[in-house]
Design a protein around this ligand. Structure first.
Ligand SMILES: [Zn+2]
Ligand SMILES: [Zn+2]
Length: 262
């Protein structure tokens, strides 16, 4: 099954299967994983990176997605590529001789998912090629709201929600004002729950108990009163919720995460 996700920003790990360079790893950023792996394997004249050109074939084996913006994803990419230059990752030990490149990069990303700002983002950790799968070390499990999942993912073009279509008037359950922008609309994923709210209104509500934070992690749905993970509301909105059994989206979430002290 291929999952389609709107507003896709991902950071992936390529694994080299060329016998001469076998096991080399490349970390990169993409808004379209299917197109990106094709470019890497076609070489640099067709948009591939210099470091991967002529050394293929490469397989895209793992990707972290769900970043609120390209900037957030690019920062993640940089830190994953340069863990020893990132002050957030100063506790991550250097690669040992016994460690393969894959094991090392896996260890680094395991630590990354545990530290701010990434440990509060509604991310998904996805193995695209299950045969390479590694497990998190005990003590390096990602936060509960970051699911680990398997299978392909595809970027979906955003529908033109406004063109010529009369949308019904919807009111925010929290502030009672109209929800005009699809990007600012959140709904609950529990069956038959009627909750519709502004993303910002719901975020504020969820953050009442954590006033120092900018990005909510969990809260109570104001309509059905189920406890819901913020990441699942976002993934539900973006289209990859069903796949994870719990998920939503958010354009306006961009500024939430960009304002995080990254
Ligand atoms: Zn509102
Ligand atoms: Zn609800």
């Amino acid at each position: 099954m291929v999952v389609e996700v709107e507003n896709f920003f991902g950071v992936y790990m390529l694994y080299c299967t060329n016998p001469k360079f076998k096991g080399r790893i490349y970390i990169g950023f993409t808004v379209n994983p299917e197109r990106r792996i094709g470019q890497h394997n076609a070489g640099r004249h067709r948009g591939g990176a210099k470091r991967t050109s002529g050394r293929g074939p490469w397989e895209m084996i793992f990707i972290v997605h769900g970043f609120p913006s390209d900037i957030a994803a690019l920062r993640f990419e940089w830190a994953w590529q340069h863990p020893h230059s990132s002050r957030r990752l100063s506790h991550v030990a250097r690669k040992t001789r016994r460690e393969s490149s894959l094991q090392f990069h896996w260890r680094v990303v395991s630590y990354m998912l545990q530290v701010a700002p990434w440990n509060r983002m509604p991310l998904v950790a996805r193995w695209l090629r299950q045969e390479y799968r590694l497990d998190f070390e005990p003590g390096l499990q990602p936060p509960l709201h970051i699911p680990v999942t398997f299978g392909s993912v595809r970027a979906r073009k955003q529908k033109d929600q406004d063109e010529g279509v009369e949308r019904p008037l919807e009111k925010c359950l929290l502030c009672q004002a109209e929800v005009q922008q699809p990007a600012d609309r959140l709904s609950c994923f529990h069956p038959s729950c009627p909750m519709i709210a502004h993303l910002t209104c719901l975020a504020k509500q969820f953050l009442k108990s954590e006033p120092d934070q900018l990005l909510p992690v969990e809260g109570e749905c104001p309509a059905c009163h189920h406890s819901v993970l913020w990441g699942n509301l976002i993934r539900h909105k973006k289209g990859c919720y069903g796949d994870l059994e719990e998920v939503t989206s958010a354009l306006s979430q961009e500024h939430w995460a960009d304002e995080l002290q990254m």
